[in-house]
Design a protein around this ligand. Sequence first.
Ligand SMILES: Cc1cc2nc3c(=O)[nH]c(=O)nc-3n(C[C@H](O)[C@H](O)[C@H](O)COP(=O)(O)O)c2cc1C
Length: 226
Amino acid sequence: MKKRTVLLASLGALVLFSLVMVDCRSAPPQELAEPVDLPEPQKEGTMSVEEAISKRRSVRRFADRELSIEQVSQLAWAAQGITDPQRGFRAAPSAGATYPLELYLVKSDGTYHYIPAEHRLMRLYSEDVRGPLADAALGQAAVREAALNVVIAAVFERTRARYGSRADVYVYTEAGHVAENLHLQAVALGLGSVPIGAFRKAAVAEALGLPQDHEPIYIISIGYPR
Ligand SMILES: Cc1cc2nc3c(=O)[nH]c(=O)nc-3n(C[C@H](O)[C@H](O)[C@H](O)COP(=O)(O)O)c2cc1C
């Protein structure tokens, strides 16, 4: 009888421990995060969209050179910036304007969460997690070397609430719109980029400490071509 009680207690403790461990995989609370204001994005550039399209090529080796805050601002804006403040519409289209995507910017000086409504970043922590992120992306050097990895995470429920079973395709399609904006903006800034689809989702989520419902679905690695 005693043995059974001990066994049950141990089992209970194990279940509790696993629940706590599962719960631990969440980003630091936003109120602990450090806000970083971004400069106003430029609405006019020196390269035409046709030129950017014709010059875009996947770049997989990057120089050891940081991006400026202006470049980071421009890229975040091109991906998810608010372009219609009245209605809150963004640079990339979204099915039913449900906006299921969240951007995480992984740099040498930490990981940041982009807040479109304020065009600002929240610095979640200062560790360089590009190494673990590259490991999660099957060891791809581009991820390790990129000055900036934009991890596109999806909160599927936002779109499923409106579109049910059709939603998942919509969310992935939207990520493609965001990605192409990033690629073309990178070219226009004199940078290179590569889309990364080969990664283990759970390992990416763990490397970044993403909240449970923020599922990483795409990574865009960006930097100065080597
Ligand atoms: C959904 C998707 C996933 C991709 N995943 C990877 C990847 O994990 N690693 C990589 O080096 N390239 C990846 N690529 C880039 C393709 O290899 C590349 O686009 C293709 O070779 C054509 O070259 P281009 O981009 O220079 O036109 C991916 C492209 C797409 C569209």
